[in-house]
Design a protein around this ligand. Structure first.
Ligand SMILES: C[S@@+](CC[C@H](N)C(=O)[O-])C[C@H]1O[C@@H](n2cnc3c(N)ncnc32)[C@H](O)[C@@H]1O
Length: 403
C-alpha cells in the first residue's frame, strides 16, 4: 500500500482533535471526511479506519514509540509510523518519518505484547477493574472488544422484508447475510457506507448491532400495548419496539435530553412509525403521572458502554473511574423510580451495553432486595459477551410485576 500525503495528514489532524482537544472520534471523522470532495470510498475508509485503529491502540503504540503526552504533531507522526510498520506498510521518505526505527518497533511490540494492559491497550484502572469484576473471563472479553465491529442492519418490517432488502442491497453490490437467532438482522459481508443508499433514506432499515436487536425481541411488544421506553435517546430500540407493535398501541419514549428525542422523531418519520409519543423528563412528575400505567417499561440504562468499546474505542481514554461510580448510582435510582410505571402484572426490562456485573446482575439482585423491587421477580436474563456472540456486550433482564 502506498501512503498518500493528504490522507495521512487528514488522519493526523483527526487524531489531534481526538487526543488533544477531547473531541469525540465519530464527530471528528464526520467533519474530516467532508474536507475533500475528490476523496473516494477507499480514501475515506483509509482515514476512518486508520484513525480508529490508532485511537484503539493508543497506549500500545505510545509505549512502543516511547511517546508521552502532549501528542503534538511529531508525536502523532510517530504513532502513525508504528501503525504503518505493524501493518506491513512501507514508511515513505517524508521528513516527518525520518529515522523511523522499524526494527525496534517490531521488537518493542513483541516485548509489550506479553503484558495485557499494553497488549490490549487499556488504562491501568480499567485493566484492574475488568480483572476484579470478570476474573479470568476478562482476558478474552477485552481481546474481543478490540476487534473491528461488524455492521449489522435491522430490517424495517413495516416497509419491507429481510429477503427484499437483501436483494435490493445486492443490486447495489452490497452483499449481506442473515444471522441465525436474529430474525430481522442482516450483516454486511464487507464494511461500506450504507447511509447513502435510497433504501436507508426511505427507511427500509436502521443500523443496529445484533445484540441491541435482542432487547426488543425479549421485551416481546404486542400491538395495542402501552410501553414506556424510559431512556429512549435517539430511539434505536424505540423504533424496533414500535415496529414489532405494528404501529398499534402506544409507545412513550422518554429521555432527559430533548435533542435526542427530536432525532428519534426524525427517524420515526423515516421509518413510517406513528405510534411513538416523546416526553422529556423535566421532573419526576412525568414519571408519577404514569405510575402503574404501563404494560411494559424498558430501562435501557446509561452505562459505562464497556460492551461497545469496539464501536467507541476512544471511550477507553475518556471513561473515568469516578464516572462509573456515579453511573451505578444513576442506574439504581432509575430502577427504583421508573419501575413504578409498570402496572400490576406488567413487565420491566433492564438493559445495559456493559459487561460489568456491578452494572448488570448485581444491580438487579440489589433492586429485588429493596422496597421498590419487592413486587418483581426475575423471569429471564442474558449476559451477552462479545467473545462468545461476536457482537456487542449487553445485559438484558426481564422482570415480572405481581398482579
Ligand atoms: C444507553 S442510552 C439509550 C440508547 C437508546 N435507548 C437507543 O437504543 O438508541 C441511555 C440514555 O439514557 C439517557 N438518560 C440519562 N439519564 C437519564 C435519566 N435520568 N432518565 C432518563 N434517561 C436518562 C441518556 O440521555 C441516553 O440517551
Amino acid at each position: 500500500m502506498k501512503l498518500h500525503r493528504n490522507l495521512v495528514f487528514a488522519t493526523i489532524d483527526s487524531l489531534h482533535l481526538i487526543f488533544n482537544e477531547n473531541k469525540q472520534a465519530d464527530k471528528v471523522l464526520k467533519n474530516t471526511l467532508k474536507r475533500d470532495k475528490r476523496w473516494g470510498a477507499r480514501d475515506r475508509a483509509f482515514i476512518a479506519e486508520t484513525t480508529y485503529d490508532i485511537v484503539r491502540w493508543k497506549r500500545l503504540y505510545a509505549e512502543i514509540a516511547e511517546v508521552r503526552k502532549p501528542f503534538d504533531r511529531p508525536n502523532l507522526f510517530r504513532l502513525f509510523a508504528v501503525w504503518a510498520t505493524l501493518n506491513g506498510i512501507k514508511i515513505p521518505e517524508w521528513k516527518q518519518f525520518e529515522d523511523t526505527p522499524t526494527r525496534r518497533i517490531k521488537g518493542r511490540f513483541d516485548e509489550l505484547s506479553k503484558i495485557r494492559k499494553y497488549r490490549e491497550s487499556i488504562p491501568d484502572w480499567l485493566d484492574e477493574l475488568g480483572q476484579k469484576e470478570l476474573g479470568k473471563k476478562w482476558d478474552r472479553e477485552i481481546s474481543a472488544l478490540n476487534e473491528l465491529a461488524d455492521v449489522v442492519l435491522r430490517v424495517n418490517t413495516l416497509k419491507t422484508t429481510v429477503e427484499n432488502l437483501q436483494n435490493e442491497l445486492s443490486d447495489l453490490d452490497i452483499e449481506t447475510e442473515t444471522l441465525k437467532g436474529y430474525p430481522n438482522a442482516l450483516k454486511l459481508k464487507e464494511r461500506t457506507n450504507v447511509f447513502t443508499t435510497d433504501a436507508f433514506k426511505n427507511g427500509l432499515f436502521e443500523v443496529q448491532d445484533a445484540s441491541s436487536q435482542k432487547v426488543a425481541e425479549i421485551l416481546n411488544p404486542q400491538p395495542g400495548e402501552r410501553i414506556v421506553d424510559a431512556c429512549a435517546g435517539a430511539g434505536g430500540k424505540s423504533l424496533h419496539i414500535a415496529t414489532l407493535m405494528q404501529n398499534k398501541g402506544q409507545l412513550i419514549a422518554m429521555d432527559i435530553y430533548e435533542n435526542k428525542l427530536n432525532e428519534l422523531k426524525r427517524r420515526a418519520r423515516r421509518n413510517d412509525i406513528f405510534n411513538i409519543e416523546t416526553r422529556v423528563i423535566e421532573s419526576t412528575k412525568v414519571i408519577k403521572k404514569l405510575a402503574d400505567k404501563a404494560d411494559k417499561v424498558l430501562i435501557d440504562a446509561p452505562c459505562s458502554g464497556l460492551g461497545v468499546l469496539r464501536r467507541n474505542p476512544d471511550s477507553k481514554w475518556k471513561l473515568q473511574p469516578e464516572f462509573l461510580d456515579s453511573i451505578r448510582a444513576t442506574q439504581k435510582e432509575l430502577l427504583d423510580s421508573y419501575s413504578r410505571m409498570v402496572k400490576p402484572g406488567g413487565q420491566l426490562l433492564y438493559a445495559t451495553c456493559s459487561i460489568l456485573p456491578s452494572e448488570n446482575e448485581v444491580q438487579i439482585k440489589e433492586f429485588l432486595g429493596r422496597e421498590a423491587g419487592k413486587n418483581f421477580t426475575l423471569i429471564h436474563d442474558e449476559k451477552i459477551m462479545p467473545s462468545q456472540s461476536g457482537f456487542d456486550g449487553f445485559y438484558i433482564s426481564l422482570l415480572q410485576k405481581k398482579e
